[in-house]
Design a binder for this molecule. Structure first.
Ligand SMILES: Cc1cc2nc3c(=O)[nH]c(=O)nc-3n(C[C@H](O)[C@H](O)[C@H](O)COP(=O)(O)O)c2cc1C
Length: 334
């Protein structure tokens, strides 16, 4: 089994130290485990690239823009780390992400990578749909092929550090907080132990598929049962509907009688907490949610592509409309 570590903070910083603590712990539990790591901020991803060769097209040819990119002549000579990073992710049996917090969230370096190799280019829900349709003899999917590593069981462990002590500053983070200086996690033995615990939890779930793997991290009352976070969106639908801001699961606010102290505080008075739907078709984490979304993209994409000819002339007008670009060293030609 191989565990890939992904560090999303500064070189030699807190997240790197915690990641190394987790990966070395994993090997100490089971010496047959191998590890490697990627430093997300160091990856080189070309500007406006076309998707990787062989990337999946979930629009089945209806969304030309998504599959073409607008790579410039000069960016073609830039190194491109995407394929190697993708292979590392697909080959791994588990991934442990260790991230800093920037502006309340994981720094965007990781998101840039995932946006360039993931999303519609790496969609397990689409593969499931395509295989069902292929078996049913749908000619659209007769020649469909996919990378089998996409459906391999893969466990994820995720930890974050942040500099702040107050939750307003890490609203989207599952984290160990109050660590500002690079290396300051070493001032707290508990946080180093927390990283090791995350590794033990991850190792205990190795090889398990989505339905069998168990979430072993901390859980607050009312947390989304899929992503285990507590940031919610109010739907204003007249029925107390709420959505999980992180993964999209839906539920509603209900009054519950919770035993005092069940989640660390409060008295016996009734409380308002989300009640979440089972086997969510909205969460991007459940297979059901992934399949629903893949179906939606396909039907919506083909409806849209049928209408595009009607706006082609207008689109070309907008392409020709000049608004001066800020002059940048990377785009100026000598
Ligand atoms: C650009 C920037 C933005 C930051 N924003 C936040 C923030 O919103 N909330 C927070 O708790 N810490 C924030 N921090 C602090 C870092 O998350 C913290 O120092 C962390 O331990 C850095 O991890 P690293 O050493 O792995 O890079 C920010 C740091 C930087 C450099």
């Amino acid at each position: 089994m191989h565990i890939l570590g992904v560090c999303n903070g500064q070189v030699h910083g807190n997240s790197e130290i915690l990641l190394k603590a987790a990966l070395t712990e994993a090997i100490s539990i089971d010496p047959s485990i191998t590890t490697s790591r990627i430093h997300a901020p160091s990856l080189i991803i070309p500007r406006n690239p076309a998707p990787l060769k062989g990337a999946m097209d979930v629009s089945l040819g209806t969304n030309k823009g998504q599959m073409s990119g607008s790579n410039t002549a000069e960016s073609k000579v830039e190194p491109d780390d995407r394929q190697a990073a993708l292979n590392a992710i697909l080959d791994a049996d588990a991934i442990i992400v260790s991230s800093a917090t920037y502006s309340h969230q994981p720094p965007g370096f990781l998101k840039v990578l995932l946006d360039r190799i993931g999303g519609p280019y790496l969609d397990a829900g689409f593969v499931h749909n395509a295989l069902v349709k292929q078996r049913a003899g749908d000619p659209l999917f007769a020649n469909f092929t996919y990378d089998p590593r996409l459906l391999k069981p893969r466990v994820l462990g995720f930890m974050m550090t942040g500099g702040s002590t107050t939750p307003d500053q890490f609203s989207m983070a599952l984290l160990e907080k109050n660590f500002m200086d690079a290396g300051s996690v070493l001032l707290d033995v508990n946080v180093m132990e927390r990283a090791r615990l995350l590794a033990r939890n991850t190792v205990s779930q190795l090889g398990k598929g989505f339905d069998d793997a168990v979430y072993l991290g901390p859980e607050e009352a009312g947390a989304c049962p899929y992503c285990h976070l507590t940031t919610i969106e109010l739907f204003h639908d007249g029925a107390n509907g709420v959505g999980c801001m992180t993964c999209g699961a839906r539920g509603k606010l209900v009054v519950v009688k919770q035993k005092a102290g069940a989640d660390g505080g409060g008295d016996d008075s009734p409380r308002i907490l989300p009640e979440w739907e089972a086997d969510s078709e909205w969460s991007c984490i459940t297979l059901r949610g992934k399949i629903k979304h893949a179906e939606e993209i396909l039907s919506w994409g083909s409806r849209e592509s049928g209408k595009m000819a009607g706006v082609q002339e207008e689109k070309e007008k907008w392409v020709r409309t000049e608004v001066p670009l800020v002059s940048l060293p990377s785009t100026s030609r000598s």
